[in-house]
Design a protein around this ligand. Structure first.
Ligand SMILES: NC(=O)c1ccc[n+]([C@@H]2O[C@H](COP(=O)([O-])OP(=O)(O)OC[C@H]3O[C@@H](n4cnc5c(N)ncnc54)[C@H](OP(=O)(O)O)[C@@H]3O)[C@@H](O)[C@H]2O)c1
Length: 384
């Protein structure tokens, strides 16, 4: 068990008060001293992923943002609309640390051999509360980065890489042979394309802008379609018929896209039908909603027969389902291909205080292609 010392260190906290005010601030927390099997990591790179944004700002209306405090200790406030407060009930009044994953240097280690072996090394951690100057974690929670890899190289080596690999694994385990992915120019989408190219799997990518089609074609994507194109549905049906893709992972979640994919899968299956059935094709058409980029309701016209499923997909339950050995095999592949298949790109590196500047929140809060930010919690901090 870790003990706490007197050394204070910065940590970012997000609080939604019962009166509907979001407050994001930096607080001093004691730096833990590692127990025998633990290490203390100085966090040097931690990404602002879409899932982190969900915890960071909750359901707040960011057009109401206000900034106060000082340059080094900024405080951000914003209003959570009354209609969204019900969904925030579970976190009201709780000051929550943020940041799923990150990487840094092990600056102290407990007495065990496993902990001592990490002293001075650069490791990645999936530990939560990573928007902190220091994190004390079990040595076994750390992924030792390969020689020469920086904290920035390893900052995003859990969530997106394991999710991309998890999609391919889910496809295989559930008996499909090709897959569909939306918001496909994302960091995760580019990883998925590189995995599919390497593993010879057909991947149908859906994006929403012409330049995203070019970006994916630039990394050897064969099937890329712009949902804004007038020929989108016809192009999609042709691609699904050619590839046999019957499983999709939709990052938008809300809106019409998930339903359009099911409709296109049904139309593609109908091309091979030997006879008419009023229940539609008997091919299972599966859409997993795995993101929430489009926050409105999920809408669909039920014109895809009776053999279909739509559900949620989340990394952590998936890893639990496949068990530690299979999960370890996926992590091993990520470590081996960290700078190639699983490389992430960032628009900018910022300090914890800079991450709370309204002008920068307006940029990274958009979740646009190539606009992901990396926080270095020790940047610009005395002793950091
Ligand atoms: N379920 C899980 O376990 C799990 C795990 C990891 C990641 N995820 C999800 O995976 C997705 C990608 O993550 P990432 O870190 O790779 O993202 P990222 O690099 O920040 O890229 C986000 C992408 O989403 C697109 N986008 C944003 N809003 C959109 C909308 N309303 N409709 C369509 N496209 C939109 C952006 O395109 P524009 O430039 O056009 O805005 C951009 O290409 C996120 O939704 C994240 O929550 C889920």
């Amino acid at each position: 068990m870790s003990r706490t010392s007197d050394r204070p260190a910065l940590q970012l906290r997000s609080l939604i008060k019962p009166n509907g005010e979001l407050e994001v601030s930096l607080v001093d927390v004691p730096t833990p001293s590692p127990g025998p099997d633990e290490v203390l990591v100085r966090v040097e790179a931690t990404p602002i992923n879409p899932s982190d944004l969900g915890l960071l700002f909750g359901a707040a209306d960011m057009s109401t943002i206000r900034s106060s405090g000082t340059q080094n200790r900024p405080v951000i406030t914003a209003r959570v609309p009354d209609g969204a407060m019900k969904a925030m009930a579970g976190r009201l009044g709780a000051s929550m640390p943020v940041g799923n994953e990150g990487a840094g240097t092990v600056v102290e280690a407990g007495s065990s051999a496993a902990a001592q072996a990490l002293l001075g090394r650069t490791v990645a951690v999936l530990g939560g509360a990573m928007y902190s100057q220091y994190r004390c974690v079990a040595a076994e929670q750390c992924l030792l980065l390969p020689e020469g890899a920086t904290a920035a190289d390893g900052a995003s080596c859990f969530v997106n890489p394991l999710t991309a690999l998890g999609m391919v694994e889910t496809m295989k385990r559930e008996g499909h042979r090709a897959l569909v992915h939306t918001a496909a120019a994302s960091n995760l989408g580019q990883m998925l394309q590189r995995i599919c190219t390497a593993d010879g799997i057909a991947l149908v990518n859906i994006v929403r802008k012409a330049e995203q089609v070019e970006l994916l074609k630039g990394i050897d994507a064969r099937w890329v379609y712009n949902a804004a194109s007038p020929t989108f549905m016809q192009d999609l049906v042709d691609a699904l018929a050619a590839t046999g893709a019957t499983i999709a992972f939709d990052a938008t979640g809300g809106g019409k896209l998930g339903g359009q994919i099911l409709s296109a899968m049904e139309a593609a299956a109908g091309r091979d039908a030997k006879e008419y059935s009023r229940y539609g094709s008997n091919v299972l058409k599966q859409v997993y909603l795995y993101g929430n980029l489009e926050p409105g309701p999920t809408e669909f016209v039920r014109n895809f027969g009776m053999t279909w499923a739509m559900g949620g997909w989340l990394l952590f339950p998936f890893l639990q389902k496949i068990g530690p050995a299979a999960a370890q095999a996926l992590k091993k592949r990520v470590a081996a291909e960290l700078k190639t298949t699983f490389a992430s790109s960032y628009a900018r590196e910022v300090s914890l205080a800079e991450a709370l500047q309204p002008g920068l929140i307006a940029v990274y809060g958009q979740r646009n292609t190539g606009a992901k930010f990396l926080i270095n919690p020790n940047r610009g901090v005395a002793g950091g």
